[in-house]
Design a protein around this ligand. Sequence first.
Ligand code: PAF
Length: 284
Amino acid sequence: MQVCAPIVELRAARAALRGDVALVPTMGALHAGHAALIEHARTLAPNVIVSIFVNPTQFGPHEDFERYPRPIEQDLVLCRKLGVQIVFNPTPQQMYPPQRIATQLTTPALVGDLEGACRPGHFDGVCRVCCKLFNICQPQVAVFGRKDYQQLRVVTAMVEDLDLPLRIEPMDTVREEDGLAMSSRNRYLDAEQRPRAVGLYKALCQAKAMIEQAEETDPAAVEEAMRCVLRTHQLEVEYAAVRHPLALHPLDVIDPALTGGVVALIAARLGATRLIDNMVLGVG
Ligand code: PAF
């Protein structure tokens, strides 16, 4: 496995690969969810590149950029074990040389709400870094988890609209035994907070039961029920929303005939830790 930091080094290593490349973009602190993305990537192409880069441009000024975990040695051990060909681990200076004039990329129809509203500028940073990673690594396919549902929609829309020459492959969320979605930020949770964090999953299960079993068609009723479960777990709710699965716009009614169902999305805080989760409901 090659570990590359400067972009020229990565480009040379990439050029030496024979056959297609699957990219798994990450910010490191790899867990079983990332391992599933990498394993899936291996089924899609003979070569896998994992990028490990805590991207400063997608963090707001008061967010957790500084304290974001960076266990690079452990991450490299996992990548090696999973048969990754190249790890791209640039520094912020290598990705964003200080003399450069920044580009702004955005998908306005998808970013005005939910994560985009709670984290202004977040998706500009995500689009910019993903576009750079796609240009630098030249993958045929890039694997993204459904856990960051809005991110997956935004990146997919950007790739489609800019005709970037790669495919975005979505991958289901990997969960702990109790249902908590795997996330690098779960490391922030202390022993008292960890059991309460499962409230996000329970709220989504409540939405699932209401929509798929009780055939509830009022999004507001489902949203209020999710908020209620979150509050029961002493979670501070940022949003609990039922949306169109592709356009992410609010719905007047949950139409059981809507192709692709609906998506329920949650962001909630436990102390200083902010967690997100989602579930696509009413499909099949
Ligand atoms: O999902 C993430 O880990 C990040 O947002 C990504 C896609 C690696 C871009 O920095």
